[in-house]
Design a protein around this ligand. Sequence first.
Ligand SMILES: Cc1cc2nc3c(=O)[nH]c(=O)nc-3n(C[C@H](O)[C@H](O)[C@H](O)COP(=O)(O)OP(=O)(O)OC[C@H]3O[C@@H](n4cnc5c(N)ncnc54)[C@H](O)[C@@H]3O)c2cc1C
Ligand SMILES: NC(=O)c1ccc[n+]([C@@H]2O[C@H](COP(=O)([O-])OP(=O)(O)OC[C@H]3O[C@@H](n4cnc5c(N)ncnc54)[C@H](O)[C@@H]3O)[C@@H](O)[C@H]2O)c1
Length: 476
Amino acid sequence: MSAPHPERTATDDDVDVVVLGGGPVGENLAQYAVEGGLSATIVEGERYGGECSYWACIPSKALLRPAAVATTSTRLHGVVPTDVDRDALLARRDEWVSHYDDSGQYEWAESAGITALRGQARLVGEREVEVEGEGGTRRLRARRAVVIATGSEAVVPEPYRAAHPWDSRDATAVREVPDRLVIVGGGVVACEAATWMAALGSHVTMLVRGPGLLERMEPFAGEVVADSLRAKGVDVRLATEAGGCERRDGQDTGVGRIHGGPVTLTTGDGSIEADELLVATGRRPRLGDVGLDAVGLTAQDVTDGRLPQWLHALGDAGGEAPLTHWGKYRARVLGSRLTAEAEGRPVEPVPDDVPVPQAVFTDPQVGSVGATEQEAREAGRDVVTSEVAFDGAAGGALLRDDVAGRASIVVDRSTGCLLGATFVGPEAGELVHGATIAIVGRTPVHLLRHAVPSFPTASELWLRLLEDLPTRLRRP
Ligand SMILES: Cc1cc2nc3c(=O)[nH]c(=O)nc-3n(C[C@H](O)[C@H](O)[C@H](O)COP(=O)(O)OP(=O)(O)OC[C@H]3O[C@@H](n4cnc5c(N)ncnc54)[C@H](O)[C@@H]3O)c2cc1C
Ligand SMILES: NC(=O)c1ccc[n+]([C@@H]2O[C@H](COP(=O)([O-])OP(=O)(O)OC[C@H]3O[C@@H](n4cnc5c(N)ncnc54)[C@H](O)[C@@H]3O)[C@@H](O)[C@H]2O)c1
C-alpha cells in the first residue's frame, strides 16, 4: 500500500471528475459524467448557472425579446404600435435571472447526482483541488479528470479603468438607465447592449475602432445592424477611438447603477460627454486564480491545449469560441470520452471541422455558422458564394413591412459542400441550424435542392440561395 499523501486529511474526497466552475459548461460536463456512471463534484465560487444565467445570455435575451416585439409592432401594418414598458422590462429580466438566486440550479445539480460544493477552487497538485468554502478548506482528489470550466472575464483596457465604467454585467443587470450612454466596442456585446439600452430610453453613442460592426462576420451583417441601430437613434461612429477618458467621482456604486459623475471621452472628432460608459472590448479566459502554477502550467498552455492528460479546460476558460452552446458541445464530447475510457469502450469519433454557429439578437438578428467567404479563401479553399435579399422569399418579406437583411452561403467549388452561411433578418437566428446540419452532414448543394422548404416561410431563402449558384454545382 502506498503511503498517504502528507497533506491529505480526514476531510479528503476522492471522486472521478472534479469540475472547477458551475456555469453551463461545468454543469453539462458533470451531468454527462454522472449519466455515464462516474462520480462528479462541481465547485462553484459564485452562482450555479454561471455568467450565462445571471449576467450574460439569459438577461440579455430577456431584455431584447420584448424590445424586438415592440419594434416589429411599429413596422407591421395591422397592429397598434406599442413600446416597451421600462419597469416591466426590467422586472422580466429579474424573473429570468431568478432574482440572482441560484438555489434552483444548485438543486438541479444535486438532483442530477452531482456533488455540488460552494467555494473557490484551485489546483494544488496533480489531480488535487483545494476548495475554500464556508466550512473551511477541503481537498478533493480526482481519480480520472480535473476540468477547468471557470468561464471568462471582461477585458477593460487601461484608458477606461480609472473611470469605473460599466462592463457587460452592469449592462445586463441595469437598474439605473443612463440618459446618455457611450459604448466602446463594435462586437456582439456592444451591438446587443446598444439595442436594449436604446429600447430602455438611453441615447446611445457607439465608438467603434474598426471599419464596421461585428467584424468577425460577413461584412453585410455589420452594415445592416449599423443601419438599423442608426434608425433607432443610436449614433454609430466607425473608425473612431477614444484617446482620453475622464470622470469625476467614478466609483463602484453597485452593479447596474450609474458609477459616478459624467464621463468625458476624447476622440479625433472632439469630445463626448455621457452619463455612463460601457466598455465592451472583449473577454479573456478566467484562469488567474485556478492554481495553474501549482502544476507547472500557464494560461498560454491552456490556450494552446498543452495540458496533461488528466487536466482539461472547457467553455470560455478553454479559449475556444466563447459561446454557451459551443462550450456545452465540448462538454458533451469530453463527458462521453471520459465515460468510454472508464468502461474500456472505444471513444466515439468526433467529426473534423465541426462548425461554430452563432445567433446575435440584434434587430434584425444575425445567424451565422462556419466560415465567412474571407475565412474560407484565407484557408486556401476555392469557393463560390451566393447572396440574396432577405425579402427575396415571400416568407421572409411577410415577417415585417420593412424587412432589411440578406442571406449568403459559401460553397466549396470542388466538393459542392457548404462551408458557411449567414442570415441577417427577422428571426434569422432560427435559420442557421439547417446550414449547420448541411455542413456537418457534408451534404452537397445538389442534394440540398431536394430539401424542400415550406411555403411561405423564410426558409425558402434556401431556394433562392441555391438557384443563385452556378448550374454545374447544382447537378449531381
Ligand atoms: C452580455 C453577454 C451575452 C452573451 N450572450 C450569449 C448568447 O446569447 N449565446 C451564447 O451562446 N453565448 C452568449 N454569451 C457567452 C456566454 O455567456 C459564455 O460563453 C458562457 O457563459 C460560458 O459558459 P462557461 O460555463 O464556460 O462559463 P461561465 O458561464 O462564466 O461560468 C463559469 C463559472 O465558474 C465559476 N468560477 C470561476 N472561477 C472559479 C473558481 N476558481 N472556483 C470555483 N468557481 C469558479 C464562476 O463563478 C462561474 O459561475 C454572452 C456573453 C455575454 C458577456
Ligand atoms: N448572442 C451571442 O452569441 C453573444 C452575445 C454576447 C456575447 N457573446 C460572446 O461574448 C464574447 C465577447 O463579446 P464582446 O463583444 O465583448 O467581444 P468581441 O471580441 O466580439 O468584440 C470586441 C469589440 O471591441 C473592439 N475592441 C477591442 N479592443 C479595443 C480597444 N482597446 N479599444 C476599442 N475597441 C476595442 C473590437 O474591435 C470589437 O469591436 C463574444 O466573442 C461572443 O462570443 C455572444
